[in-house]
Design a protein around this ligand. Sequence first.
Ligand SMILES: [Zn+2]
Length: 1014
Amino acid sequence: MKLLNPLVFIFITCFSFFGKSQNYFQQEVNYTMQVRLDDVKHELFGDTYIEYKNNSPHDLTFIYMHIWPNAYKDNSTALAKQLYENGETKLFKAKDEDRGYMDMLDFKVNTKAVKWEILKDTIDVCKIILNEPLKSGQKITISTPFHVKIPSGEFSRLGHIGQSYQITQWYPKPAVYDKNGWNQMPYLNQGEFYSEFGSFDVQIIVPKNYVVGATGDLVDGEAELDWLNERVKATEAIERFDSNDLSFPKSDSATKTLHFKQSNVHDFAWFCDKRYHVLKGEVVTPHTKNVVTTWVMFTNAEGNIWKNSIKYMNDAIYYYSLWNGDYPYKHCTAVDGTISAGGGMEYPNITVIGSSGNAFQLDVVITHEVGHNWFYGMLGSNEREHPWMDEGLNSFNELRYIRTKYPDRKLIGDMADGAVGKMFDLKRYKQHAQYYYTYLLSAAKNEDQAIETPAQNYTELNYGGIVYSKTAVAFDYLMATLGESVMNQCLQEYFKLWHFKHPQPNDMKDVFEKISGKDLSWFFNDMINTTKKLDYKITSIHFNRDNTYNIDVKNSGDIKAPVIIQGIHNGKIVGEVIYDGFTGKQSLSFPTSTVDYFKLDYFEVTPEVNRNNNRIKTKGIFKKVEPLKIQFLGSLDNPDKTQLFWSPVAAWNSYNKWMFGLAFYNNLLPQKRFEFELMPLYSHSTNDFAGYAHAMYNIFPNKTFFQKIAIGGTYSRYSFTNRIYDRNFNKYAPELFVEFKKSAPRAKFKSSLRYRNITIIADDYASVLSGLDIDYVETKRKSNFNDLTYQLTKSDAIQPYSIALNLQHGGQKNYYTSATVDEMTKISVTAKYSYKYGKKNKSFDARLFAGTFVGTTKANAGAYRFRLSGFRGYHDYMYDNVFLGRTETDGVLVNQFTESDGAFKFYSPVGQSAEWLVALNLKSSLGNMKLPLCLYADIGTTGSDGILNDGVLYNAGVCVSIVKNIFEVYFPVLISKDFENYKKSNGIKYPETIRFTLNLNMINPFDLIRKFEL
Ligand SMILES: [Zn+2]
């Protein structure tokens, strides 16, 4: 350790902020390029001359170059793998003619040939080995011809749809060299860019009738500008655009050369389309009064909403300039494109916009993409490592833009003031709630990831929910605690210091802390770097003699963030205090005022995970209880109300007949800890109640093996026969469900354990002889089972599979004494595998089942035998499935079955075993036919008690998959001899052998909503 001279110490302390900037360096890369488009073969032919200036203090012996069109070349690329992982298989299955690549490279450095190589595992990056080291402070010229086969625009950002071209990430480009060394990276869809600043001088040769939008200003472009201005006039004269006419005019045989130049940018993109209508405008920036020409170029597709889009461009440039710093370039363009990488995509000076649907969305997408000229363009952070620094900050500005321009805009737009808003109680949610709820979707389940996470490590849901949404909400909250003017000063200082540079997260923190004069570690360390949650809670209030209040607030979360409390009187805010953050409990004093109630975070800008503990009334007994709101169908979580949702329900089975009733439930989205559904039904046929109830308490623990622990249970009651009298079963099933944490958020394997203790009490009867007649006495039958299942699933876009291990123990009990009547133990394993092919819902499916009884007598196993033919209603001894005719023995309803045990599609009592059973089920969609037809084949065998003559049984046939995995009908074509004998000896006709599945419990709407994934 070395002691510092006090003067040096002061010097370092005072200038440490600027000191960091002094160590900072960035390379300079200037391009001169010429490129020609072949719009018949969809190819580019180009030459590039790159001036590379080494401003680093190090000598460089090699240079990494991105040759990103190769990302589309084959399935070995990081892009193909990432798209596949995200469930998008278009590129994976693409034909060669739709793929893209870059070739004809011949690198020279200072006109001399050099050694270079494509990286083995990353074919869209290559390495140029310099003949002699590039010394610090010196520059070289790297040149090469190149040829690009343009891929289909359906995969990602570079591509063409017909003769509409999106020429992005298209030329050889040095990777960034910064203080961390080389940042070479493959192209990815999820995970954007990091590039060196410099200048571009680009000549583009296209057939004469193409409209071209590009980074950079036209040089000597008078003729082109005149031509564009003519186009503007023509566009302005169009009253309605014919969205059905998307035909391409024939290409001109003559070509034109357009020359573009720009400096202080780090990328160059261009777009061209012969169909483009063109509009032009102008905006003056607020601080420097820089005049910016704005252009929009669009096809007929959404022409009718694009015709007002110059205004969106101008507003976006104005407000982003106002809040952050002025737009310094001369033009800004937005083009309408058919891109597949989200709603829009940003490049310096130019953005491409996907289909928007309505004017508001178009405004928001244009604004967002134009906004990237700041967060990505001028503030060129490493998006791959810190995606929040551009997507997140940009989304925060987008949120501000919407709030400024559309202050009354609601979450569901114009519908909020109509019947829908009223009916579903959605009027209260402002547009900015969108960002909060998107964050909460994963945060409520503790499946969120930290804002500071490399782009490619995010799940697809979190990439939107965290990078964009949580960052936007977090910065909005920071603004609420700092005040708008301090926030603007911070943003402007950040822009001033770091534009045309590569800022890192700490650079931003330094600026914000210096300008605000506050310790913002709660924000930059906890909100940004961790998944710690925010939740303050009002516990009680005290009225003081001096007419002030003391509000007791507890920090139930993990972040020491500022607390905002408002006092409300007669529906108006009469006071607001922002307190410094704290841990534990504090009594906060609120100045003199007349207040009806206090509210934490009245404007809902705090990204709290629980907003239901934010209110306290000054008078009354139940000061903290929110009024009950009974809501038809459902709504979003409303922190001001205790919500109870309801909906009418009708149900049918063969014994209760029609049942009518109501369903009550407390939770839809986002997931709550306690959730219940209650569905009482009444049957006029049995004059009795039936129905279903379910309640679970969910815990999402931090830092354990468990992702979720849920404790709760289910109760159900229905009639199962009308024989002798209308008989009901009552099922009680408490359960414990544990989902294990995945090895990483993007991991494909997921596993869970579910334990249930199932008690079924079913009405029964005993026959009593009374004289010559037989009388029936009502009795009950009781069974109890322990049921334990461990399940492992692998999600995969093409080959998903799952394995389930099941252990069952239990049997019938004497209803009155609870003595054991029979008792069995069985174990089984069910493995499922799918191979998905073709466009939609087409797959080959295999299922393997093996099960055996353990230490169980045959007599005791009797009722619970393994069954080759799956379960009919009366086989379902745990009453787990929904059967329309649970105890039917003939008629159509007896042919409803579940694919349990052997899951054979042909029914026969042959193949029931009190020993063991093994079966394999195969099913395949028929080619790529539109009809939902499939072929199936089952093969299996059982213990010696189950088989008649054949050792192995089989059946095969055709199925109609009306709703895949839910409603399917099976027509047998080929069956084993034993089955044939059974059919013959019982006089069974063909129609009676047609069976169907109807898995109604697979379509629980509550489960479907909660499994919701983006
Ligand atoms: Zn963006």
